[in-house]
Design a protein around this ligand. Sequence first.
Ligand SMILES: Cc1cc2ncn([C@H]3O[C@H](COP(=O)(O)O)[C@@H](O)[C@H]3O)c2cc1C
Ligand SMILES: O=C(O)c1cccnc1
Length: 338
Amino acid sequence: MTEDDVRAHLDALAKPRRSLGRLEDIAVSLALTQQRLDPRTRPRRIVLFAGDHGCVADGVSAWPSAVTGMMVATILAGRATSSALAAAHGCDLRLVDVGVASARPVAPPPFFRDARVADGTVSLAHDAAMTAAQFDAAWRVGVEEAQAAVADGAALLIAGEMGIGNTTPAAALTTLLTGLSPVEAVGAGAGADAAIVVTKACVVTAAVARATPLLGHDDRAAIASVAGYEIAAMAGFFAEGAARGATLLLDGYVATAAALVAAHLAPGSERAMIAGHLSVEPGHGAALAQLGLTPMLDWGMRLGEGSGALVALPLVDAAAALLADVARLDAIGAERAD
Ligand SMILES: Cc1cc2ncn([C@H]3O[C@H](COP(=O)(O)O)[C@@H](O)[C@H]3O)c2cc1C
Ligand SMILES: O=C(O)c1cccnc1
């Protein structure tokens, strides 16, 4: 099935041609990734991957790493933003610890999975954040989560993240994989002031300078050196979800950095992606452009946790309903004058 086939189907529905604008683009994307004219958005699942970042000790965030563990507990209690939005939109939610530094939480599977690769990354300000083997281990966790979601019937997948400091590796990956400058790639994250943003730019500059020579002959090592465990897991989740014909609804800057990694290591993964929103983070637009994606919403959101994707989710439902439930023009006896 090609884009022309889906457009022809949409044009034959009981409405003027292309009258639903961008909603029709989302319908096309859904139909193409799932290769059916009645794509499914239910059941759907968000997997939240959590990890900590050594660079927080270098002053890149307004928050201490301990907040990652506190938010993990809050998600487990069902009281985070992602919990509320997932419940509001009928989205199954799972939480996976791939690299948190706080004490391991105790919670029942499958809602929670302890798949910790390490207690946080090494600071990318000074050294490689993780080894290629650690990157592979986290990627594999994401692959397994996508396989489990698809096996449970989910056709639409969202990856969210929790990890204080993770807008710094996101900026480093965006710089490494898009060519954006470090200054253009860094932003306020979870509320950093101007001095912290300057520190972030310096840290990203140093990290990318170490990673760039590796790119081209050892891409995994280059990416691993500036990544985070939750980002590596999200990348594996995206690559496997795309390979299995699921639709991937992207969140903000951090999720998109993982999407860039997936597209780099598993080319073509980006064709399964729909961009939920444009984050306030200044590098996000360039990252999405590199993937060939146009964000659905531009609502000034800058949270992560999958929140932007979850807010956009009902619009994706609307696109699926359009394809599946609208009568054809010929079925109602109408013909165009032209
Ligand atoms: C209470 C709280 C809840 C969050 N939920 C997501 N994030 C988001 O902010 C963090 C990244 O921003 P930075 O790189 O500036 O630290 C990540 O944890 C991300 O998920 C949160 C941040 C906080 C403080
Ligand atoms: O866009 C994001 O993913 C984002 C922005 C700020 C903080 N955490 C995540």
